[in-house]
Design a binder for this molecule. Structure first.
Ligand SMILES: Cc1cc2nc3c(=O)[nH]c(=O)nc-3n(C[C@H](O)[C@H](O)[C@H](O)COP(=O)(O)O)c2cc1C
Length: 263
């Protein structure tokens, strides 16, 4: 079983590719959390088959696992005959910092020990701060081509249940990135309150609502509205999917590019 979270599709692609390669199922954890009429679930019992692996695939947000993934680990009950092989594949635009240390601690809390962890460099999606841009089309192509090669080699390790593997691009001063910069970013900058809609551009197509992985957007008389109930992960999927660039996050994204996997 591979649980994944994905805003703009990078991690969904990786999880589904991996699922096919190792013959296991990829399940969207946001659907498990909010699937029942949008109400957040309290627990999820995961019954693993004999010898089934358990994997998690998600994007790095501010050098940490996104809060929805941490919440999922906290609600997860694993039922298995013996301790399952456990791995993480995380996707990032640049580097992970020490995000996997946080993941490892959370996993221990649900009785799992991490056997292998990999980071996969994918096109950049965070554009709501100065000096943060989408990749050039050329860089995007390069990253995607390399990601496919890297993913195939990670899949081989996972299929063979290799233990102790850590293929992580952590960046310089990873502790600082995760706990200082990322700590501030995740505590203060993950919010849906800065989304705006340019009414001259918005045609009320509802693609933003459909693309939101956590069901944070409701269309009200043809206008997107955010719920403001803490579920937003700031994945920017609504911003990136808008065909008219009508959604922004503050003013900074007005001149930024858009990206989603397979666009
Ligand atoms: C809120 C947010 C924070 C991000 N923080 C980081 C980061 O700390 N390091 C990094 O390399 N990429 C970062 N990224 C880029 C994503 O991790 C990367 O593009 C990822 O592949 C997106 O996956 P998805 O399409 O499955 O959502 C961030 C993206 C978002 C939306």
């Amino acid at each position: 079983m591979i649980f994944f979270f994905s805003g703009t599709g990078n991690s969904r692609w990786a999880a589904q590719h991996l699922a096919e390669a190792i013959g296991e199922e990829a399940v969207d954890l946001a659907t498990l959390m909010y699937g029942v009429e949008g109400v957040r679930q309290a627990r999820f019992v995961c019954k693993l088959k004999d010898n089934e692996r358990i994997g998690f695939c998600f994007p790095i947000h501010g050098w940490q696992p996104p809060h929805i993934v941490r919440q999922f680990w906290q609600m997860l009950d694993i039922v298995a005959e013996k301790k399952p092989y456990c791995y993480i594949v995380c996707t990032c635009g640049d580097n992970t910092g020490n995000a996997l240390d946080i993941a490892e601690r959370e996993l221990r809390g649900c009785g799992l020990s991490l056997d292998a962890a990999f980071s996969l460099l994918m096109p950049e999606t965070y554009v709501a701060l100065p000096f943060m841009y989408t990749d050039t089309p050329e860089r995007e192509r390069e990253k995607l081509a390399k990601a496919l090669d890297d993913l195939r080699s990670f899949e081989k390790s996972i299929a063979e249940r290799k233990t102790g593997e850590r293929h992580l691009v952590k960046g310089t001063m990873p502790w600082m990135l995760t706990y200082v910069v990322g700590g501030y970013f995740n505590a203060r900058m993950i919010s849906d309150r800065k989304f705006t809609v340019d009414e001259q551009r918005c045609v009320g197509c509802g693609l933003c609502e459909k693309s939101c992985p956590v069901g944070d957007i409701r269309m009200d008389n043809g206008n997107p509205e955010w719920l403001h109930d803490g579920r937003c992960t700031c994945c920017l999927s609504c911003y990136h999917h808008c065909p008219h660039h009508a959604i922004n996050y503050g003013n900074i994204t007005k001149k930024r590019g858009q990206y989603f996997f397979g666009h």
